[in-house]
Design a protein around this ligand. Structure first.
Ligand SMILES: C[S@@+](CC[C@H](N)C(=O)[O-])C[C@H]1O[C@@H](n2cnc3c(N)ncnc32)[C@H](O)[C@@H]1O
Length: 435
């Protein structure tokens, strides 16, 4: 398979290959990193919903046309874009969640490791001299920081003060790139120093959290360790076969039109399983200042793909074209009274409305015969299965694609996107643009 990359390094330049980055590890399933050796950059924020970068390498290898540019409309932790850089391919990523968009940009950016180390020492010096003030975090919702009279809070006061102190120190750095990187590294450890845990079902308090307080020094210790590890990773992987990237921040339904044409799209959209990404990353979004009012939270939620019922919307109907979906929706409507939310059938309909729109817009941004590799997951409500890959395959011809492959796979552990349910299939759906 020929790789065409205008920004690839010249012959003889040192470069870190995809295989060096992934250490030729053995993976159980391309659908998830679960059970596989963790990779450099991917632990900056442990992103349970990520697929393995090996899916990107396979897509490039098996693509029926040369791949110079790769597009991901649902960036997440940036797996497609980062893998593309190591494969010598120019990546474009769209991500609606501003914290995740920063996480992706922090991984893809080029840095001078010496300047980075200097700024890291600067943060260390400042934070060792200052205690930190909670004034900076006064905009947070009441449940975030311990206060008199409250019975629950996500961060103990002393811990929140250390976080504020680090945020203050980061804010003084002159380089936007460096500020972004250090903020993201702080973001990736927030849950570890909080009183909550996050799982496929959302956020809950740790068992016995009132008795087991987090020592505030843990903020300093973890931040230091994470920065040292990240700077080493950046240094060791700085010569990638492709060094540029494009990140489009916002809803892919409005941003796709701005993407440059790509020869391949590799992505995993949210699954229609009521997993609300805005909720899952709420702690990071608020603590790092991406959200500062209930309104901003609402606006972000509204711009995410319709895959949950947490937000009441004017649900739009799925387009005609899948008998399979019509039947499933009919059964769901008849069972409405037995569903945990009566809005589930409408949400599922709207999900396919959005997904068809994404595939339609994406087709306009693909070069001749380009392929779409999508990792999608089924969902099930009141025993009624929603076979997402099959339904999207039903729509494919109408949207201007030919179906090349539907490959169900099982992960050893249930994926986070599936809320811990083992029986639901995840599949790789491969489509090819028909000219
Ligand atoms: C399953 S994750 C992607 C995981 C990614 N493949 C990886 O390996 O890290 C789906 C992502 O889509 C994002 N998303 C949801 N709605 C979106 C939209 N309308 N436009 C762009 N991104 C969206 C979510 O914030 C989430 O990060």
């Amino acid at each position: 398979m020929e790789l065409v990359s205008p920004d690839a390094l010249a012959d003889g330049d040192p470069c870190v290959s995809f295989e060096t980055w992934t250490r030729q590890r053995k993976i159980v399933s391309i659908g998830s990193n679960a059970g596989a050796e963790p990779l450099p950059f991917q632990e900056w924020h442990h992103f349970k919903e990520a697929f393995a970068p090996e899916v990107v390498a396979r897509a490039v290898r098996e693509s029926h046309r040369p791949v110079a540019k790769c597009l991901d409309p649902f960036g997440g932790s940036g797996t497609t874009a980062l893998a593309s850089q190591f494969l010598g391919i120019s990546p474009t990523t769209i991500e609606v969640n501003p914290y995740l968009a920063d996480l992706i940009e922090a991984k893809l950016s080029a840095y001078d490791p010496d300047e980075l180390a200097q700024d890291f020492r600067r943060i260390m010096r400042t934070t060792s001299r200052q205690a930190g003030s909670l004034r900076k975090l006064s905009y947070l919702p009441a449940t975030f920081v311990e206060s008199a009279g409250a019975d629950r809070w996500i961060f103990d006061r002393a811990v929140a003060r250390r976080i504020a102190c680090h945020l203050d120190a980061i804010d003084t750095l002159p380089s936007t790139h460096h500020r972004r990187l250090f903020r993201v590294l702080l973001g990736g450890m927030l849950i570890a120093v909080s009183n909550v845990i996050i799982n496929g079902k959302g956020r809950r308090y740790r068992r016995g959290w009132t008795e087991r307080r987090t020592p505030p020094e843990m903020v300093d210790m973890l931040f230091k360790q994470r920065c040292q590890a990240a700077i080493t990773e950046i240094h060791e992987h700085r010569y990638r076969r492709h060094r540029r990237h494009t990140i489009l921040r916002g809803d892919c339904l409005s941003k796709l039109a701005a993407a440059t044409p790509a020869d391949l799209a590799v992505f995993s959209p949210p699954y229609p399983n009521s997993f609300d990404y805005t909720d899952v990353y709420n702690v990071e979004l608020w603590m790092l200042g991406y959200l500062d009012s209930p309104d901003s939270n609402h606006v972000l939620r509204r711009s995410t793909l319709c895959s949950h019922v947490q937000l009441k919307r004017d649900f739009l109907a799925a387009p005609p074209g899948s008998l399979r979906l019509s039947r499933a929706l009919g059964r769901l409507r008849r069972e409405r009274d037995n569903l945990w939310s009566p809005w589930i059938p409408d949400m599922i309909g709207h999900y396919f409305h959005d997904m068809c729109k994404v595939l339609g817009l994406l087709r306009e941004r693909l070069t001749s015969q380009a392929e779409v590799w999508a990792v999608v997951g089924d969902s099930r409500y009141a025993g009624i299965q929603i076979p997402v890959a099959r339904i999207l395959a039903d729509y494919a011809p109408k949207l201007g694609y030919r179906v090349l492959n539907i490959e169900p796979f099982r992960s050893m552990r249930a994926s986070a996107q599936q809320g811990g349910q083992h029986r639901l299939a995840e599949s790789l759906l491969v489509l090819q643009k028909e000219d």
